[in-house]
Design a protein around this ligand. Structure first.
Ligand code: CP
Ligand code: NVA
Length: 305
């Protein structure tokens, strides 16, 4: 059975917990080491990771490359526009070919179905590096960050304010598996996909009122109002006008509440400078934790635990 990492809801609670625990342990074990040194167990020694990008990326690209190196492996990176994929070669044929050349493939795709179709025929593990529907690697880094600063995620309240987008969907997928509460505030036209809300079950609540969502929250999270691929820029800026996370909204959360954002951020839109650059913000730890979380995804895909 090939271990793909396509969406958090496809994992069991034990698998998700094991990936997070491995990430905590790996990060602790290499504290203070040079970034290019491999972990002691080097679980990806002699392995090659391919990365395929149909959309732009800074964090995902660099963190996966750093991750595979720290596991003792190496990478090959390409944008889809440089590949025959960009000229219409089917994703399935691309998957068949890459499966003969590398040990795992990470894909950032426009259409979620393309990642599913790639994985269906791939004979090596496939990792979802963001699609229009989800961003599971991001949420692992977010959970790692929350647990580092606030302890076990079980029972905590996370407030999501803004677009019910791909990143929000992966938070929804994680909530019932790990037993945290997720309160989402978004305009009615931009709510999460109903299939995702059904997966979240009673762990997830939905409102159009940001103040209601952040009340007593341990962590407040937001993301861009206009994701890659969204065409309705002006309509979105209008719809989300009252959903910016500023200091006044943070005051409604718990007094020690933290702020997360997957980045890139748009200061003055979804988040005020004073929040993202202020003392409650964990966004730089969150970005670094992409490396640590993805190392454990890769190690899990390779059967290291
Ligand atoms: N958060 C995130 O995935 O960033 P990039 O788009 O830069 O990879
Ligand atoms: N929701 C954003 C996340 C970027 C990391 C997007 O899809 O563009």
């Amino acid at each position: 059975m090939i271990r793909h990492f396509l969406d958090i809801h496809r994992l069991t609670p034990d698998q998700l917990r094991a990936i997070l625990d491995d990430a905590h342990a790996r990060k602790r074990a290499r504290k203070g080491w040079p970034l290019g040194r491999a972990d002691a167990d080097a679980p990806a020694k002699d392995r090659v990771l391919a990365m395929v990008f149909e959309k732009n990326s800074t964090r995902t690209r660099f963190s996966f490359d750093a991750a595979i190196r720290q596991l003792g492996g190496s990478s090959i990176i390409a944008t889809a526009s440089d590949m025959q994929l960009g000229r219409g070669e089917p994703v399935e044929d691309t998957a068949r070919v890459l499966s003969r050349m590398v040990d795992a493939v990470m894909i950032r795709a426009n259409q979620h179905e393309d990642v599913e179709n790639f994985a269906r025929v791939s004979t090596v593990p496939v990792i979802n590096g963001l699609t229009d529907r989800s961003h599971p690697c991001q949420i692992l880094a977010d959970l790692l960050t929350i647990e580092e600063h606030r302890g076990p995620i079980l029972g905590q309240k996370i407030a999501w304010v803004g677009d019910g987008n791909n990143v929000c969907a992966s938070f929804i997928h994680a909530a019932p598996l790990l037993g945290f509460k997720l309160a989402i505030a978004c305009p009615s036209d931009y709510h999460p996909d109903l299939r995702d809300l059904a997966r979240g079950g009673p762990a997830v609540t939905l409102t159009s009122d940001p103040e209601e969502a952040v009340a007593d929250a341990d962590v407040v999270v937001t993301d861009t109002w206009v994701s890659m691929g969204d065409a309705d820029y002006d309509a979105r800026l209008d719809a989300f006008e009252d959903y910016g996370v500023d200091e006044a909204l943070m005051e409604r959360a718990r007094p020690d509440a933290h702020f997360l954002h997957c980045l890139p951020a748009h200061r003055g839109e979804e988040v005020a400078d004073a929040v993202i650059d202020g003392p409650r913000s964990l966004v730089w730890d969150e970005a670094e934790n992409r490396i640590h979380a993805q190392k454990s995804v890769l190690a899990w895909c390779f059967g290291a635990f």
